[in-house]
Design a binder for this molecule. Structure first.
Ligand code: FB9
Length: 501
C-alpha cells in the first residue's frame, strides 16, 4: 500500500530540504502540525524510509485574541473604523460598539488617530484626526502567523506579548531527514503473505515488515467457561480415570422415599423438616414406587430386620410420597444401587455424580440454598473402611491433597462415617474437605443386594474447592444473580496448580 498523499508531500519536502522540521512542513503545506506528525509516524513504519529526531522548540503562536486581529483587524483599527469620518461619534456610544472598544479607543488615541471634543453638545465626542491609518498590530500578528517572528523587533514583540496577542509554546516536533531506504514513491510494508502473492509470484517485489517476535498474541474471541464448570470437568476427569461411571442426575425433584426413606433416614429426622428441605407444592406427591421394595423399607424402619432393631415407629407412606428438591445426590446413588440389585447377577460398580442439590438453610458468605454435590460410590464384595480410606487417598491425591486425616462422624445412612480433612499448605491449616462412610445394611439389604456386598461412598461440594482454587471469598461472586460476568470472562483459561500447596 502506497504512503498516502500527505506522506508523499512530506517526502518531497524532505527531498528538497534534506533536513526539515515538522513545524516548518506544517507551515509550508498549510496543515495542522499534529497532522504532519501523524504522516511522519506513518512514514516511519515503512521501514527506514525517513529518519527522525525528536526536538523541542520554543515557538511563538497567536492567542485567541491574536487570531481575532487576523480576521477583524486590531481593536484600535476597529474603533477608528467605527467613528464616522464626518460627524465623529459620542464617546459613550463608541464604548458600546465592541467589548474591546475601551482598549481600542486608548490605543487609537495613543496612535494619534482620534481626538476628543469634551465640550461638544450632548457630551464628549470622538473625531478622526487622520484620514487613513496603517494597522501595524494586525500586520505584526500576520507576520507571527506566517512564522516570521524573527523579523519583528524586540520592542514590538514585547508589546504583542504584553497585549497577550502572542504566546510562546514548547512544541515537540521532529527533524525529518532521509532514511537509508528513502524514495519518493514508497509502498507500505506488507504484513501478510497471501495465497495470491504466492501463486502470482508478486511476493518477490513486495517489502515485508520484519517479524516482531515480541508482539503479544491477540486474545482469541471465544466463549468463557464459568470456574465452577472448569472445576467440575477436573473432578469428572479424576473419576473417569479412576474407572468411575457417571450417574444420571437429571432430576432435581425427588420423592422423600428415594431422598430419605430408602437411605434409612427416619421420617421424624430434623433434616426432613420444611426448615431444612424444599418440599414441592405441585405435584406435591410422587405416585409410583416399586411397592415390594417400599414394603421392605417400611418394615426395616418400623420393625427392623437384617439384624437391625429398626426405629420402632409407624412408618407413613404419605410422608414418603412427598416431593422435594433433592437435598443430596445420594438419592441418585440409592436409585442406582436399587437398579443394580435387580440384576440377575451382582457385579461390582464404581459410580459418581456431580450435580445441584438444594437445602433450605440459613444463607451466609459461603452458603447458598443450593450447591453442587460431588459423590463417589463403590459397590463390591467385602469392602471395608480400609478400602474407603484407600480410595479417598487416591481421589484427593489427584487434587494435590496428600495429607488426609479422618474424624468419626454420623450420617443416618452410613456406619461408620468419617469427616475428611486435608492439610492445605496455602492456607496453612487443616480444611474439612468432605464426608464419607459405609452404607448401612438397613439401606442395602431391603434393595436386595447380596449380604456379602458392601458399598462405600463419599461426598464433597464443588463450590468450596472452586472458591479456594480461584481465590473467591464470597459465594455470591461465584454463583447467583449478582455474579459479575466479567469474572467469567477474565478467569484463567486453565490453572496449573496440580499438587496445589
Ligand atoms: O466440600 C467440602 N469442603 C472442601 C472440599 C474440597 C476442597 O478443596 C480445596 C482445594 C483445596 C476444600 C473444601 N465440604 C463438604 C466440607 C465443608 O466445606 C462443609 O462445611 C460444607 N459441606 C457441604 C454440605 O454442607 C451442607 C461440603 C458439602 C458436603 C458435605 C458432605 C457431603 C457432600 C457435600 C457428603 C456426603 C456423603 C457421605 C457419605 C456417603 C455419601 C455422601
Amino acid at each position: 500500500m502506497m504512503a498516502d498523499a500527505l506522506g508523499v508531500e512530506v517526502l518531497k519536502l524532505v527531498n528538497e530540504y534534506v533536513v526539515i522540521d515538522t513545524v516548518k512542513i506544517a507551515s509550508l503545506l498549510e496543515k495542522d502540525h499534529q497532522q504532519i506528525v501523524g504522516a511522519v509516524n506513518s512514514l516511519r513504519s515503512l521501514g527506514d524510509v525517513i529518519q527522525t529526531e525528536q526536538v523541542s522548540n520554543k515557538h511563538w503562536q497567536l492567542t485567541e485574541e491574536g487570531k481575532l486581529f487576523l480576521e477583524h483587524g486590531s481593536h484600535e483599527a476597529c474603533v477608528f473604523e467605527a467613528v464616522s469620518a464626518e460627524e465623529g461619534m459620542l464617546q459613550e456610544e463608541l464604548m458600546k460598539t465592541s467589548p474591546n472598544a475601551k482598549i481600542g479607543f486608548s490605543k487609537a488615541m495613543s496612535a494619534g488617530w482620534l481626538i476628543m471634543d469634551k465640550k461638544a453638545e450632548g457630551g464628549p465626542r470622538v473625531k478622526r484626526k487622520v484620514t487613513s491609518i496603517e494597522d501595524i498590530a494586525k500586520e505584526q500578528v500576520m507576520k507571527v502567523q506566517a512564522g516570521g517572528i524573527d523579523s519583528i523587533p524586540d520592542k514590538e514583540r514585547n508589546e504583542l506579548k504584553k497585549r497577550k496577542l502572542i504566546m510562546e509554546v514548547v512544541v515537540k516536533s521532529f527533524k525529518v531527514s532521509k532514511g537509508v531506504n528513502f524514495c519518493l514513491s514508497v509502498s507500505k510494508l506488507e504484513t501478510d503473505l497471501t495465497p495470491e502473492m504466492l501463486s502470482s509470484g508478486s511476493w518477490k517485489e513486495q517489502n515485508f515488515k520484519a517479524y516482531n517476535f515480541n508482539a503479544m498474541g491477540v486474545m482469541p474471541v471465544s466463549g468463557h467457561l464459568h470456574p465452577l464448570m472448569k472445576v467440575r470437568a477436573e473432578f469428572r476427569q479424576i473419576f473417569l480415570e479412576m474407572g468411575f461411571t457417571e450417574m444420571p442426575t437429571n432430576n432435581y425433584v425427588e420423592s422423600s422415599f428415594w431422598n430419605f426413606d430408602a437411605l434409612f433416614q427416619p421420617q421424624q429426622h430434623p433434616a426432613r423438616d420444611a426448615h431444612d428441605t424444599f418440599f414441592i407444592q405441585d405435584p406435591m406427591y410422587a405416585t409410583e414406587f416399586p411397592m415390594d421394595y417400599l414394603e421392605r423399607v417400611k418394615k426395616v424402619h418400623s420393625e427392623g430386620g437384617f439384624g437391625s432393631q429398626g426405629y420402632k415407629y409407624d412408618w407413613n407412606i404419605e410422608e414418603a410420597k412427598k416431593n422435594l428438591l433433592r437435598t443430596h445426590t445420594t438419592a441418585v446413588s440409592a436409585r442406582m444401587l436399587y437398579k443394580l440389585a435387580q440384576l440377575e447377577e451382582f457385579h461390582p460398580v464404581k459410580y459418581f455424580s456431580i450435580d445441584r442439590v438444594f437445602r433450605n438453610e440459613t444463607l451466609d458468605a459461603t452458603h447458598l440454598a443450593e450447591f453442587h454435590q460431588i459423590e463417589g460410590v463403590v459397590a463390591d464384595y467385602d469392602l471395608s473402611l480400609a478400602d474407603l480410606i484407600g480410595v479417598l487417598h487416591e481421589f484427593f491425591n489427584k487434587l494435590g491433597m496428600e495429607k488426609l486425616r479422618f474424624k468419626p462422624a454420623f450420617n443416618p445412612y452410613t456406619e461408620p462415617s468419617m469427616e475428611i480433612f486435608s492439610y492445605h499448605e496455602g492456607l496453612k491449616k487443616w480444611v474439612e474437605v468432605g464426608n464419607s462412610g459405609v452404607f448401612r445394611p438397613e439401606m442395602l439389604l431391603p434393595m436386595g443386594l447380596p449380604e456379602d456386598v458392601s458399598v462405600i461412598a463419599w461426598g464433597l461440594s464443588l463450590e468450596r474447592p472452586t472458591m479456594i482454587k480461584y481465590g473467591i471469598d464470597n459465594i455470591r461472586e461465584l454463583v447467583g444473580h449478582k455474579v459479575n460476568l466479567q469474572m467469567v470472562h477474565d478467569n484463567a483459561i486453565c490453572r496449573l496448580d496440580k499438587g496445589n500447596k
